[in-house]
Design a protein around this ligand. Structure first.
Ligand code: HEC
Ligand code: HEC
Length: 323
């Protein structure tokens, strides 16, 4: 009697245990599906879109071409004006601003106008596009009524059509690389440059023009035709983040970056130590407390030098400024 009871009890316990195991196993599976890697934003393909009117499509298409081949229209040999340095917007906003983790425009239509600390004002899309014209392309802003600006606006608006107002999709803009607890090392950066970048961007960072000299095959990284020192890429966190996810071109991507965080910071430090055009930016960051940690021009609200702000180490600095 006693023995039968014990056996029954044991059987019952085994059954309960198996049921619990089954439940947890399946529940875990369900959780895994929910945790699946979220998909980064990619721009829509205009040519495949049958929902837009022909004239609207024409304008969006022109906007896309202006982003991809800016120099053809606005560069030193531009057919509309000769008001920029010869780079294309696409050199830094890959695949005409549609590429995941390639400094894309996915967040622009959804988040502008917005307040930006650099100017201390609320900025429109026009102001933000003009900023890149004047800094990254070291040139002149377009007239806001020009067909060219209206086309760029139509294109940016089209790209952001599915993005909820006020949100920034995954993979938009530039991803910041992990911080180092040492200063970025420009001489190590030079070694990396020579091994991994020089073949396309050139010995003097001058890039390489197409045979007809209208556009670059490989854009310049420094020198008179490169971005000026007021541009976003002149902050080494931006440059390192862009490089890590996208360079060497077509080899590196977000899932399989070629350079480590360290190497990205070091090569960025090397590139941003080379000569490039200067821009008066005395009106930038009117509130010095809001300057980003790696903004290389004082005065600062803290006691760190310009050199430390430019190259790091940043960990202490950031900790202190958060307090
Ligand atoms: C030399 C590189 C470079 C070039 C060329 C360049 N940009 Fe930019 N652009 C940047 C960087 C860096 C940012 C800031 C990204 C960040 O903060 O995440 C930026 C930001 C922007 C933004 C705001 C994005 C956002 O999500 O807030 C717009 C709009 C923009 N650029 C438009 C243009 C246009 C239009 C052109 C061509 C006329 C252009 N850019 C050329 C580097 C460049
Ligand atoms: C195979 C050729 C190739 C190699 C190697 C390469 N790049 Fe590039 N790089 C490009 C091209 C092409 C673009 C512009 C992409 C476009 O317009 O679609 C670019 C764009 C850039 C840009 C933004 C535009 C600019 O001129 O400021 C930076 C920064 C950059 N590369 C840095 C690097 C660094 C750093 C390395 C080495 C780690 C590197 N690249 C290796 C081809 C290359």
């Amino acid at each position: 009697m006693q023995l039968r009871r014990t056996i029954l009890l044991l059987l019952a316990l085994t059954l309960i245990f198996s049921l619990l195991k089954f439940y947890f196993k399946h529940n875990k599976k369900a959780n895994k599906v929910n945790e699946a890697t979220p998909i980064a934003w990619m721009g829509p393909e205009i040519e495949k879109d049958s929902t837009i009117q022909a004239d609207e499509k024409e304008m969006i298409r022109y906007g896309q071409d202006l982003i991809a081949h800016t120099a053809k229209y606005l560069g030193p040999k531009g057919i509309i004006s000769q008001t920029t340095n010869g780079m294309n917007c696409q050199n830094c906003h890959l695949n005409a601003g549609k590429q995941a983790w390639g400094n894309n425009y996915g967040a622009v239509y959804a988040t502008y106008p917005k307040y930006r600390d650099r100017s201390g004002t609320i900025e429109s899309i026009y102001k933000r596009v003009s900023d890149c014209m004047e800094r990254s392309l070291n040139g002149k802003a377009l007239d806001s009524n020009s067909k060219e600006y209206r086309a760029i606006y139509a294109y940016i608006k089209y790209l952001g059509k599915e993005v909820a107002k006020g949100t920034k999709p995954l993979g938009a803009g530039i991803e910041k690389p992990g911080l180092l607890n040492r200063a970025a090392d420009k001489s190590n950066g030079e070694t990396i440059y020579i091994a991994q970048c020089k073949i396309c961007h050139g010995e003097k960072g001058q890039g390489q023009l197409m045979a007809n000299k209208e556009e670059y095959v490989y854009p310049p990284l420094w020198g008179e035709h490169s971005y000026n020192d007021g541009a976003g890429l002149y902050r080494i966190s931006n440059l390192a983040g862009y490089i890590k996810n996208n360079m060497p071109y077509l080899k590196s991507n977000h899932e399989n970056p070629i350079l480590t965080d360290e190497q990205s910071w070091d090569v960025a430090a090397f590139i941003n130590t080379q000569p490039r055009p200067h821009m008066d930016q005395s009106k930038d960051w009117p509130n010095s407390k809001k300057k980003p940690f790696d903004y290389p021009f004082g005065p600062y609200a803290d006691n760190y030098t310009e050199a430390q702000h430019k190259f790091g180490p940043y960990t202490e600095m950031i900790k202190k400024s958060v307090k």
